[in-house]
Design a protein around this ligand. Structure first.
Ligand code: ZN
Ligand code: ZN
Length: 727
């Protein structure tokens, strides 16, 4: 329905205001949701027609829209979704819109990409032209490949564009247009999938039956290895049959080679991926494919939830409990919760899949808001692994070592039987702390209130918060002692060193975000483990997620207590989820699995619950604890972080904010206090917490509060509704 007035409000993808009025030229018709190009100061910008003009711009300053993009409009449900998130997250609607159009140039008609092909004759270099190693790599990448897009060629050969243009000038290669692929290959819902068990079939039918029947949130809960993926694939198949698009959110999508392989096997075509490892040209193409409906299934990280999908029929959030769905920068939101909101507004079902659903999700099942489907057993002949607690007070390793004798023996036995083992320690690098033996000085990051972590393989110390690096000083800057620094505590590199001493013939692979960068490395890791080229994996949480290694039968958790320390509201829950997930890597095929948890406090209720497989007991206890102190999901919580370059200004602003807090029943403002990470990337940080009953409208309160508090210009204020990070 075109706008009938001669003006309309346009929302721009930027973090100020809630849209500006523009004049509609006489020869242009626009409807709400249309993408339009408008002037903004000296620039031009693409925005979305949001609705009727609000009259805030006087007639003589009203500027005219420039053009309407030839693209499907942003659906009304999606526009409401953007407004909803903005209101919920206490953010500017334009900031949320920017997440939906992160590559505005995708709205322009696709331009043919430039590519290169071998210049004929390809056999010999023209006289006087030097073939450097870089040029040789380009020639090799082009051999027999026809025309290759410049961007892809640069990546394949590892060269800059200057190398390519230089080669074109020298007559080694020639530029040529690359045809733009108009379509994304359509997944075929009717290919034969893997055989499902009776339980899987029942759950698959329930999910498929919900597609096309309006809004519903369906929690698909099943132990790891129970085949949840194959079950929700059937819901995707149904959406495809009904001509609807699907979004699947996965944590660590760039590392999910196995998931992608299973999808292709089931549907005969790959889904469109959406994650941070894509090039800008790829993002442009995939955004357009999603927004025009050519991409039928998009799989991605949390940001995929924001893509326009005109024929959306289904949303799946896999590993819904995973922390990576919480976005902490810019607009602070939780993609799982926002997936439920989008499903409501679009009137489509959303599937939340997990072996260990978040307590929020469990509470919503109990309140009757979400339906729950259970897969009670592992798929095929696999049984659940046996979990043992190892008391480090009784059988701990000798000083300076980290693996108990029982763990080392069991690894040796496992490898001797031709099976594989995994040692889990969620600590990258060699040692988490480096300390001077002479004076006790700890090496800290100059920009963060955090220790520097030694990465011995890379030969440096690194801050895991800001990326600051330095080499190990030979002399202590405090006491002047030489070679006085000693590493304290283990990281995965140090474990690998210990294993090399104890089990010298074991073929060890260390897998962390330092060593497994991107999809290619992840795929190589999976191949090496499957082919038996690796005996023992040592790794961090990137190994805990989703991998299926049939011959891996032993999991050793080096420090099961690691996540339990600290005052984090979700420490117990997170440890429960992580340990369950990593334990779930053991014994996923015919051979039974075994899990050993090293702990200084094996009597801790979380560890006991894992050893006993007592899901219900753990959840009951955790719920009772949260309910007692009115914490989420039984109460509401928001964090206000005040940060800035000058410590004093930050402290004053935080105190002022505390003083201006309006009084309200059922709500308390705690703080300000220095945040646990009181210095981060050079910014000083103070924090206030707002704790409220579930009936309180927290956002209204915070908006009222912030609007009456004077805010100095050099201090930033960030609102985090339902905080997950308490650093
Ligand atoms: Zn010293
Ligand atoms: Zn730092």
């Amino acid at each position: 329905m075109p706008v009938e007035s001669d003006r309309a409000k346009v929302l721009l993808p930027m973090p100020v205001g809630s849209g500006y009025d523009y004049r509609i030229p006489a020869d242009m018709a626009v409807s709400p949701g249309d993408f339009v190009r408008v002037p903004l100061g000296p620039r031009q910008m693409t925005g979305v027609v949001w609705g009727a003009a609000d009259g805030a711009v006087p007639d003589d300053r009203l500027k005219a829209m420039i053009a309407r993009h030839d693209a499907p409009p942003l659906a009304q449900a999606h526009r409401r979704f953007i407004d909803w998130i903005a209101a919920y997250a206490v953010a500017a609607p334009g900031s949320v819109l920017r997440m939906s159009i992160p590559v505005p140039e995708a709205l322009d008609p696709p331009v043919p990409e430039t590519g290169y092909r071998l210049a004929a004759p390809a056999a010999a270099a023209p006289p006087g032209v030097r073939i450097t190693p870089k040029r040789r790599r380009v020639l090799e990448a082009l051999a027999g490949a026809g025309t290759v897009a410049a961007e892809r060629l640069r990546a394949a050969a590892g060269v800059s564009s200057a190398v390519l243009t230089g080669m074109a000038k020298a007559g080694l290669v020639e530029a040529a247009p690359v045809a733009v692929r108009a379509d994304w290959p359509a997944p075929d819902p009717d290919r034969a999938g893997v055989a499902l068990s009776a339980n899987q079939r029942a759950a698959a039918q329930a999910l498929a039956g919900a597609v096309g029947a309006g809004y519903a949130t369906l929690v698909l809960e099943g132990v790891s290895g129970s085949g949840k993926t194959e079950v929700y694939f059937e819901a995707i198949a149904e959406a495809l049959r009904q001509g609807r698009q699907s979004i699947v959110l996965l944590p660590e999508i760039a590392l999910s080679a196995q998931w992608l392989a299973r999808f292709e096997q089931r549907f005969g075509a790959a889904p469109a991926p959406w994650h941070s490892d894509l090039t800008r040209a790829q993002r442009r193409r995939i955004w357009r494919a999603a927004a025009t409906g050519t991409a039928r299934v998009v799989v991605g990280a949390r940001s995929a939830l924001m893509l326009p999908m005109p024929e959306l029929g289904l949303i799946v959030v896999d590993e819904e409990h995973d922390q990576s769905f919480k976005q902490e920068d810019g607009v602070v939101y939780h993609a799982r919760d926002m997936a439920v909101v989008r499903a409501t507004l679009e009137a489509v079902p959303v599937v939340l899949a997990s072996a260990t659903p978040a307590l929020e999700t469990v509470a919503n099942v109990e309140r009757g808001r979400y339906a729950r489907l259970i897969l009670p057993e592992r798929h095929g002949r696999a049984a659940m692994p046996a979990v043992e607690l190892l008391d480090l007070r009784e059988e701990g390793p000798p000083r300076g070592r980290w693996l108990a004798g029982r763990v080392v023996h069991t690894i040796a036995e496992t490898l001797a039987a031709g099976e594989q083992a995994l040692l889990y320690l969620n600590r990258r690098g060699y040692a988490p702390l480096t300390l001077c033996r002479g004076c006790g000085l700890r090496l800290e990051c100059p920009q963060c209130a955090a220790w520097l972590v030694e990465h011995r393989l890379a030969g440096r110390l690194e801050c895991h918060h800001c990326g600051h690096t330095r080499t190990l000083p030979r002399e202590c800057p405090e006491c002047g002692a030489e070679d006085s620094f000693v590493p304290c505590g283990p990281g995965v590199e140090r474990l690998a060193e210990e294993v090399a001493g104890l089990l010298p013939s074991a073929r060890v692979l260390v897998a962390t975000s330092d060593t497994i960068r991107g999809p290619a490395a992840a795929a190589a890791l999976v191949r090496d483990v499957r082919d038996g080229a690796v005996d023992l994996l040592i790794g961090t949480q990137i190994l805990a997620k989703g991998h299926h290694f049939p011959r891996l039968t032993l999991v050793g958790v080096v420090d099961a207590d690691l996540g339990l320390a600290g005052g984090d509201l979700r420490a117990a829950e997170r440890t429960w989820q992580m340990l369950n997930q990593v334990a779930g890597r053991a014994g996923r095929a015919e051979r039974p699995g075994r899990v050993i948890l090293q702990s200084w406090q094996p009597e801790h209720p979380v560890l006991r619950a894992i050893a006993d497989g007592d899901r219900d007991g753990f959840i009951a206890e955790e719920k009772a604890a949260r309910e007692r102190c009115g914490m989420p999901p039984y109460g509401r919580l928001a964090a206000i972080i005040v940060s800035g370059r000058r410590a004093e200004a930050v402290q004053q602003a935080a105190q002022a904010l505390g003083r201006y807090a309006p009084a309200q029943d059922g709500l308390a403002v705690l703080g300000p206090t220095p945040a646990p990470l009181a210095l981060l990337r050079g910014y000083f940080r103070h924090r206030l917490l707002v704790k409220a009953a579930r009936t309180v409208n927290l956002q209204d309160y915070i908006r009222r509060w912030l609007s009456r508090t004077p805010q100095p210009g050099d201090v930033r204020i960030k609102v985090d509704i339902d905080p997950y990070s308490f650093s």
